[in-house]
Ligand binder design. Structure first.
Ligand SMILES: NC(=O)c1ccc[n+]([C@@H]2O[C@H](COP(=O)([O-])OP(=O)(O)OC[C@H]3O[C@@H](n4cnc5c(N)ncnc54)[C@H](OP(=O)(O)O)[C@@H]3O)[C@@H](O)[C@H]2O)c1
Length: 294
């Protein structure tokens, strides 16, 4: 079985973005800049924000980090987004989700300038994705596509089954796989799907984005399937220093002997998400300077 290493692909991707960032700086006298807003003290969110900060530092990108208290009002958050929208030195704006109760995520996402929406969550960008127009694409599914391309995994005419229909993973994943040129035949499953295994067993490419630890087992996949595990779950483990281990939505050990290729967790799709965010920030910077020149 081939291991689809997110570590290898993300490193290659980051190197390429770094080089382009250097060229951007030579031409425009500054590096692309990402603004990240974190509201509250959710530990998982704090660790995601830290990784994004580290990636900016590694690439020499500019970064503006805003850590707002739990009790921040919607008006205050929207005012900050507005400031960043008009700040010409900021190319990408990311509001770390989930937001504390009382803050309307949809309203907050829609407040971000679609040209700086590096998460690709704004309805303008999700609409562009569906209609095949160029825009920002959600980082996790575009990271999955980068893995498939890197390892030359054929998608045309293949049956791709996605388990999960969230706005940030399942739906954009489906849109990317059904795109002209990618040409997979796509099935999307959800929690109400009856006899899930009868669908997953027909998948040439199976994408698990469920949020349930090791849910997909060998009996649910077809011989030779390509299995992409998007899940990141924490499972209590007293033998570990931190008290938990991280696993995916796929039972890796069980599926290993049946799949032809699989992404590990950790070391798989998760690393790609950050690499694609950096690529989107570079894209935002290019859009930003092209507006300046108009
Ligand atoms: N690698 C990364 O960087 C990255 C990024 C984002 C998310 N993730 C991880 O990916 C996983 C999914 O994230 P998400 O944000 O998409 O989660 P989510 O919003 O909770 O969506 C989960 C989806 O799975 C479906 N589902 C749940 N149980 C199911 C079952 N038994 N059978 C079939 N479908 C089922 C749900 O169906 P309903 O719609 O019917 O409820 C829902 O559509 C999580 O583990 C998350 O931590 C990883």
């Amino acid at each position: 079985m081939q291991i689809l290493s997110g570590k290898e692909v993300s490193q290659a991707q980051l190197e390429q973005v770094k080089e382009e960032g250097i060229k951007f700086n030579e031409q425009f006298g500054r590096f692309p800049c990402l603004a990240v807003i974190l509201v509250g003290d959710n530990p998982a969110s704090q660790s995601y924000v830290k990784s994004k900060h580290k990636a900016c530092v590694r690439l020499g990108f500019g970064h503006k980090d805003y850590h707002l208290p739990d009790e921040t009002t919607e008006t205050e958050l929207l005012r900050l987004i507005d400031q960043l929208n008009t700040d010409t030195t900021v190319d990408g704006i990311l509001v770390q989700l989930p937001l504390p109760k009382g803050l309307d995520e949809e309203k907050v996402i829609e407040a971000i300038d679609p040209n700086k929406d590096v998460d690709g969550f704004h309805p303008m960008n999700t609409g562009k994705l569906l209609t095949g127009l160029d825009g920002f694409v959600s980082c996790t599914p575009s990271g999955v596509m980068a893995i498939l391309r890197y390892y030359h995994i054929e998608t045309s005419g293949k049956h791709a089954v996605i388990v999960g229909r969230s706005n940030i993973v399942g739906k954009p994943m489906a849109a990317l796989l059904m795109k002209k040129g990618v040409d997979a035949t796509v099935t999307i499953c959800n929690s109400r799907t009856k006899d899930l295994a009868s669908y997953t067993k027909t998948a040439d490419i199976l994408i698990a984005a469920i949020g349930k630890s090791e849910y997909i087992t060998a009996s649910m996949i077809k011989d030779g399937a390509v299995v992409i595990d998007v899940g990141i779950n924490r499972v209590e483990d007293a033998s570990r220093k931190r008290g938990y281990r991280v696993c995916g939505d796929v039972d890796y050990a069980d599926c290993e002997s049946k799949a032809s290729a699989m992404t590990p967790v950790p070391g798989g799709v998760g690393l790609m998400t950050i690499a694609m965010l950096m690529e989107n920030t570079l894209k935002g910077a290019k859009i930003n300077v092209s507006k300046d020149n108009q």
